[in-house]
Design a protein around this ligand. Structure first.
Ligand SMILES: Cc1cc2nc3c(=O)[nH]c(=O)nc-3n(C[C@H](O)[C@H](O)[C@H](O)COP(=O)(O)OP(=O)(O)OC[C@H]3O[C@@H](n4cnc5c(N)ncnc54)[C@H](O)[C@@H]3O)c2cc1C
Length: 456
């Protein structure tokens, strides 16, 4: 199926178009494979008989540190040779996109943005759009490549939970499992432009003034690594996915960091999932449960950040019943109180929590079930809910390679009731869902998880 044209939205049309090249500002979709925005930009370049510039801006991003930049730059490095092979000029600028993209767009006949959903991504795009419009700079399209169902097609409002968005996504998603063909660009760019040398990532990092968090030895960035990982997962482990709640079993895909940086397309992954299920290579239970996470839960998260502009402000993350129950229980006695340094140094009384923190700090990842348990414990061990929220968000966005993601903001909000329901009233949590160590012991081989994390 060719690219679904509903992924493309025309934002500006410039009359009497002229320009030296087509420009694609690559930001959210940092890949070649299954990148609809890139496919479209190549198609336009060949239609206009113009060269194509792909521009990437290396700029300070709120809360991103050396761990994140290392992973991202590994991915960007890996794009250089294959883009060149396609006769595409890849330019890296160490500059704010609102400046660099604007400058390049002045000579562009047609400019493409990929779609971004978080606040800063939308601010960059809005500012550029306004400046393009006011100065009649270029024709502009935005292309959605990082969700299966484009955000507004999925829903035009903030959804209450998985149960309210599921049907909307399930009714449409097959229609969006399109193919992506990355062709050769016919025309070459004659002029030379300066591009940042990123051959030595350490040198680049040292110029960026970032918080220094050691990079992960467990996860290496780049679309080839992403594709290798998902292919291997579908070949060897996917049929164990229905048991993947057990943290001691290594049964999840670990693709979240690749999805976060746009190094992997969820449309591609779901397309493969469908094909393998139809070929009886993936059991129905595994297929359904993986689809539930990657399609329903992930796209619900994007719905949350897109339609709630205060998605990371404690005062706006959850429902009235949840705020009311927290008000009722704010003065409940807390048996344990910890500071953020106790968590980072694995110094709580709870060995399961400490093990989860080790996974987070040392590898840049944590198992989903432990993410829930971890955040619930911080709620239990903080003076206030707001303090807990701030600590969870800080740790989440500092240590997870996949941090600062729609899934992160939503996952944390879920711990405070968002997309969940009211439970039986209890101390500190009120009607918020409670999780305890006995649950871990009862359901899983949690001691085995602790052993594994202690070996890290
Ligand atoms: C408190 C808390 C914080 C979280 N922080 C982040 C974060 O910073 N970044 C992040 O990407 N995810 C976050 N999550 C969601 C989820 O834990 C991770 O996406 C998942 O653990 C990633 O591992 P995986 O790729 O092996 O997942 P798999 O289980 O193999 O699932 C495949 C994909 O489905 C999606 N998915 C799986 N579980 C969820 C979920 N619960 N919600 C939404 N999408 C899901 C993800 O895209 C994931 O990569 C958080 C969840 C909680 C409860």
């Amino acid at each position: 199926m060719p690219m679904n044209s509903e992924r493309i939205k025309r934002l500006l049309t410039k009359e009497n178009q002229q320009g030296d090249y087509v420009l694609y500002w690559m930001q959210q979709s940092q890949r070649i494979h299954f990148n609809h925005a890139l496919e479209y930009a190549i198609m336009l370049a060949n239609e206009y008989q113009k060269p194509l510039i792909v521009l990437f801006c290396l700029t300070s991003y709120p809360k991103a540190n050396t761990r994140h930049y290392q992973f991202m730059l590994e991915g960007i490095q890996a794009l250089q040779a294959p883009l060149k092979d396609k006769n595409i000029t890849f330019i890296i600028k160490k500059e704010n996109p609102t400046k660099a993209v604007y400058e390049f767009a002045k000579q562009s006949i047609h400019t493409i943005f990929d779609m971004g959903y978080l606040r800063i991504q939308r601010t960059w795009r809005n500012e550029l759009f306004t400046n393009f419009k006011n100065n009649q700079i270029t024709t502009l399209d935005v292309v959605e490549s990082d969700l299966v169902v484009p955000i507004k097609k999925a829903s035009d409002k903030l959804e209450y939970g998985a149960r309210t968005i599921r049907k909307k996504l399930m009714n449409q998603y097959l229609h969006y499992l399109d193919d992506v063909n990355i062709n050769q660009v016919n025309q070459s760019l004659k002029k030379d432009y300066d591009s940042l040398d990123i051959s030595n990532i350490n040198d680049v990092l040292s110029t960026l003034n970032l918080e220094d968090i050691p990079s992960s030895k467990h996860y290496i960035g780049g679309e080839n690594n992403a594709l290798k990982r998902i292919k291997q997962y579908f070949k060897e482990d996917i049929n164990n996915y229905p048991m993947s709640n057990d943290p001691s079993l290594d049964n999840t895909s670990k693709i979240s960091m690749y999805l976060h940086f746009g190094q992997l397309s969820s449309t591609y992954v779901i397309k493969e999932l469908e094909n393998l299920h139809q070929a009886n290579k993936i059991a129905t239970k595994a297929y359904e449960s993986f689809l539930e996470q990657l399609l329903i839960r992930r796209e619900l998260s994007f719905n949350y950040v897109y339609y709630n502009k205060n998605y990371d402000d404690f005062n706006f993350i959850t429902y009235d019943w949840a705020y009311q129950t927290m008000d009722v229980h704010i003065l409940d006695k807390r048996e344990y109180l910890y500071e953020i340094d106790d968590y980072i140094n694995f110094k709580t009384h709870d060995e399961y929590f400490n093990a989860a923190m080790k996974q987070m700090v040392k590898t840049g990842y944590m198992h989903n079930y432990m993410r829930m348990y971890w955040a619930k414990k911080i709620i239990e061990w903080s003076h206030t809910y707001k303090e807990a929220y701030d600590i969870i968000k800080t740790l989440n966005d500092t240590y997870f390679i996949d941090g600062r993601d729609a899934n992160g903001y939503t996952g944390i909000a879920w711990c405070f009731g968002r997309h969940d329901r009211a439970w039986t009233e209890r101390n500190i949590f009120g009607k918020l869902r409670y999780m305890n160590a006995n649950g871990l012991k009862r359901k899983f081989n949690i001691e085995e998880y602790v052993n594994q994390m202690n070996k890290l």
